[in-house]
Ligand binder design. Structure first.
Ligand code: ADP
Ligand code: ADP
Ligand code: MG
Length: 471
């Protein structure tokens, strides 16, 4: 069994992993950049080591991180999400140096991190994918001829993309021609790879993803689905488990497809298979080979501690349950409370938290690394808190969410919390019927201070749709 874990991350996910270690009597080791000296993960871990003056370099240096793991006597490393969590080199270095990597092996990370290779693997396994190019695009000319074959609108995507970046919808050849060099330079800067491919754009789909857990003894199970359709600029804002808009047949279908996808690549540890749904069509989109930001809502409805299972699997233990043991109860929502000003184009709002009271009461969980007096550094993600709410029924979960957001006091920075209150009031959201266009279709919820006239609203909606198309 693993006895000491290096946590190669920061923020709320580092704290989440430290909590799992504490419950399992495993020692935890934190790493931090100078900018994070006052961070909660540093205070909460059993040991903490500084990995440099640069705010990012240390968290992105696989050799350095594994050195610290070896020197501090760790036998495992947890990568969290973001940073190097989907970097095959980190997993490979861990293996070479005798440190267990808490995730799948380097080859699976590499394969699934390459979106075109992942698509090929899924098609071979009989998992339906969005129509698209077989591999990467050689140049604009090939992009144009492939798009003509696939049919507009198309999505131009970075093969190594993530975090909602490096994705552009193109409605016609002109837009594609314009977007091609831009997305390529964006991808090169953000992901260190200029590879691009095309997918058919599924218009107004629902984003449905399935949580997978697989051990080293050949057991692969799913923990049902999450609905992540409430997004802004391809980034998730509110996640829901289970989806309020799936039939039980669809639920079985996506669960089975996700297990088939994981088995096809001999997946081990926790992972997520993402799908797009439209009508009764299901398309594989990508696989994330790490713990996900929204794993919390699956924990809320199934009672399974996903990080604990990750650690058990990496220790070589079998999963502590079978598929038939997994059931879900009620509904859970997660709100990503970002330090951003929704009234000002969601501009990041970094600075000192002058007051923070966590919401409480039944069915409420907060995962965060902030505290009163903490100064949010400008170098990292703007997500500063995850509010997770559970209740027995969809309506109760909505009411409880409103109450929990109201309970919370977070002052000193602007946050997305007031925007979520507006979404919670909206009849389309409450009806449980929405797709990935919800945020763009409701600009009046963002400008919630102004009551607009119907004709103004129609203009704003048209502008938002145009902006989305040309993103
Ligand atoms: P999830 O897929 O877990 O819902 P996100 O897509 O928001 O979460 O990604 C989690 C974090 O990882 C975010 O901070 C995001 O910016 C970062 N991230 C995801 N993929 C990549 C990538 N390929 N390169 C760099 N950062 C990434
Ligand atoms: P990332 O790796 O950044 O998470 P994804 O491939 O998962 O990128 O796509 C992120 C989001 O972009 C999806 O949740 C969806 O809203 C939108 N999207 C991606 N591909 C398509 C597509 N082919 N058609 C329509 N929307 C898409
Ligand atoms: Mg994704």
């Amino acid at each position: 069994m693993i006895t000491k874990i290096l946590i190669a991350n920061r923020g709320e996910i580092a704290v989440r992993i430290i909590r799992a270690c504490a419950e399992m009597s495993i020692r935890s080791v934190a790493v931090f950049a100078e900018a994070d000296r006052q961070a909660l993960h540093v205070k909460r871990a059993d040991e903490a080591y500084c990995i440099g003056d640069d705010p990012l370099e240390g968290y992105l240096n696989p050799h350095r991180l594994v050195d610290v793991a070896v020197q501090s006597g760790c036998d495992a490393l947890h990568p969290g999400y973001g940073f190097l969590s989907e970097n095959p080199e980190l997993a490979a270095i861990c293996l070479q140096r005798g440190i267990r990597f808490i995730g799948p092996n380097a080859e699976v990370i590499r394969r699934m991190g390459d979106k075109t290779e992942a698509r090929r693997a899924m098609l071979a396994a009989g998992v339906p994918c969005t129509p698209g190019t077989e591999g990467n695009l050689a140049d604009v000319a090939e992009a144009l001829s492939e798009a003509a074959r696939i049919g507009y609108p198309v999505m131009l995507k970075a093969t190594s993309g993530g975090g909602g970046r490096g994705i552009r919808r193109c409605n016609d050849p002109e837009e594609l021609e314009q977007a091609f060099p831009r997305v390529m330079s964006e991808a090169t800067k953000a992901f260190g790879s200029a590879d691009l491919f095309l997918e058919k754009c599924i218009v107004n789909p629902r984003h449905i993803e399935v949580q997978i857990l697989a051990d080293t003894h050949g057991n692969t199970v799913h923990l049902f689905e999450r609905d992540c359709s409430i997004q802004r600029r391809n980034q998730k804002l509110i996640e829901i488990a289970p989806s309020p808009q799936l039939t039980s047949e669809q639920r079985t279908q996506v669960g089975d497809l996700a297990v088939r996808a994981a088995q096809a690549v001999r997946y081990e540890n926790a992972g997520t298979v993402e799908f797009l749904l439209t009508g009764d069509q299901v398309y594989f989109m990508e696989m994330n080979t790490r713990v996900q930001v929204e794993h919390t809502i699956t924990e809320a409805i199934t009672g399974i501690d996903i990080v604990r299972e990750q650690i058990r699997v990496a220790s070589g233990l079998p999963l502590s349950f079978k598929q038939s043991d997994v059931s879900f109860r009620g509904f859970a929502l997660q709100f990503r409370i970002n330090a951003e000003d929704p009234k000002n184009k969601f501009l990041p709002s970094f600075g000192r938290i002058t007051r923070y009271y966590a919401p409480g009461g039944p069915g409420v969980r907060t995962d965060t690394a902030i505290y009163t007096g903490y100064k949010i550094p400008p170098f990292y993600d703007s997500m500063c808190l995850k509010l997770i709410v559970w209740a027995l029924t969809w309506e109760e979960a909505l009411d409880r969410s409103r109450r929990a957001l109201d309970d919370m006091r977070l002052q000193g920075v602007k946050t997305t919390a007031p925007y979520y209150q507006e979404i919670l009031r909206h009849p389309d959201f409450r009806s449980g019927r929405f797709d990935t266009s919800f945020v763009d279709m409701h600009p009046e919820l963002i400008d919630y201070s102004v009551k607009r006239k119907p004709e103004e609203l129609a203009l704003a909606i048209a502008a938002a749709i145009a902006a989305h198309a040309g993103l």
